[in-house]
Design a protein around this ligand. Structure first.
Ligand code: EIS
Length: 209
C-alpha cells in the first residue's frame, strides 16, 4: 500500500471549509516522509513543519468546539490577538505550513506530469527548483536560500524518491505516479482552499526570513 494513499486528504465540502481535526490528523503524517530522505538538512525542514503542526494543534485543543474549521481559528485569533495578528499564533504557523504544503504540491505535480531534465533523467532537481521558486523563494533571504541549495544537492534520486513515497515497496513507476495523481486531487484542493482563505481574510504576509 502506498504511503501517500494511506494518508489521503478528504474531499472538501461545497463551502471549501477545512475541518481542523481532519486536517491535523492527515498533515501529521507528512513529516515522516523526511525520515527516508537521509541528509541532516531534511531534519531541519522536518522540525520546522512539525513545529507548525504542533502550534496549530495546541491552539485547536484549547477549544475544539471554537475551532472546528481552520477559518474559525483565523477569525478567532484576529479578534483575540489584536495588532499582533496575523504574525502570531496558529495563524502564523499555518501561513508557513501552507507554503511547505504548496511546495510539496508543486513538486509532486511536476513529477506526476513527467517533467524532467533530459540530460539527468534520474534527478529531481528541476522539479524541486520549480516548487521552490513558486512556493518559497520569495520569502527567503540569502542565508535560507543557501540552505535550500544544500537540500537541492542532497535530494534523492528520482527512482529512490518515488520508492520512498511508496514505503520502499516494489511498486512500478507508472503505478506510483498514478498514486500521486490520486493523492494530489484532494491535497491540491485543500492547499488552494487555505490560500484562498488567507487572501480573503487579508492574513497573508510577505516578509522574508
Ligand atoms: C517560520 O519559519 C516558522 O515555521 C514559524 C515562525 O517561527 C516563523 C517566524 O517568522 O518562521 O525559517 C524557516 C522558515 N520556514 C520560516 C526555514 C526553515 C528551513 C527551510 C529550508 C528551505 C529548504 C527548502 C526545501 C528543499 C526541499 C528539498 C526536497 C527534496 C525532496 C517531500 C519533500 C518535501 C519538502 C518540503 C519542504 C518544505 C519547506 C518548508 C519551509 C518553511 C520555511 O521556509 S511557528 O513557526 O509559527 O509555527 O512558530
Amino acid at each position: 500500500m502506498s504511503l501517500l494513499l494511506d494518508n489521503r486528504f478528504g474531499e472538501l465540502p461545497p463551502d471549501n471549509s477545512v475541518n481542523t481535526k481532519l486536517f491535523l490528523e492527515t498533515v501529521s503524517h507528512l513529516p515522516t516522509f523526511f525520515d527516508c530522505l537521509g541528509s541532516k538538512v531534511f531534519s531541519l525542514i522536518k522540525s520546522d513543519i512539525n513545529g507548525n503542526i504542533t502550534k496549530i494543534k495546541e491552539v485547536y485543543l484549547k477549544d475544539p468546539h471554537r475551532y472546528v474549521t481552520l477559518q474559525h481559528i483565523l477569525e478567532s485569533e484576529r479578534q483575540d490577538l489584536g495588532a499582533e495578528w496575523p504574525k502570531a499564533g496558529a495563524t502564523l504557523a499555518l501561513m508557513w505550513l501552507k507554503r511547505g504544503l504548496r511546495f510539496i504540491q508543486i513538486l509532486l505535480q511536476s513529477l506526476a506530469d513527467g517533467e524532467r531534465d533530459l540530460n539527468q533523467p534520474n534527478l529531481i532537481r528541476v522539479n524541486i527548483t520549480k516548487a521552490y521558486e513558486q512556493a518559497l523563494k520569495r520569502y527567503h533571504g540569502w542565508f535560507v536560500q543557501k540552505i535550500f541549495n544544500t537540500a537541492l544537492y542532497a535530494a534523492p534520486y528520482r527512482s529512490n524518491f518515488l520508492k520512498a513515497l511508496s514505503k520502499g515497496e516494489d511498486v512500478k513507476e507508472e503505478e506510483c505516479l498514478e498514486n500521486l495523481r490520486h493523492f494530489l486531487v484532494n491535497f491540491a484542493a485543500t492547499v488552494d482552499a487555505i490560500y484562498d482563505m488567507y487572501a480573503r481574510l487579508n492574513a497573508e504576509l510577505d516578509y522574508t526570513v
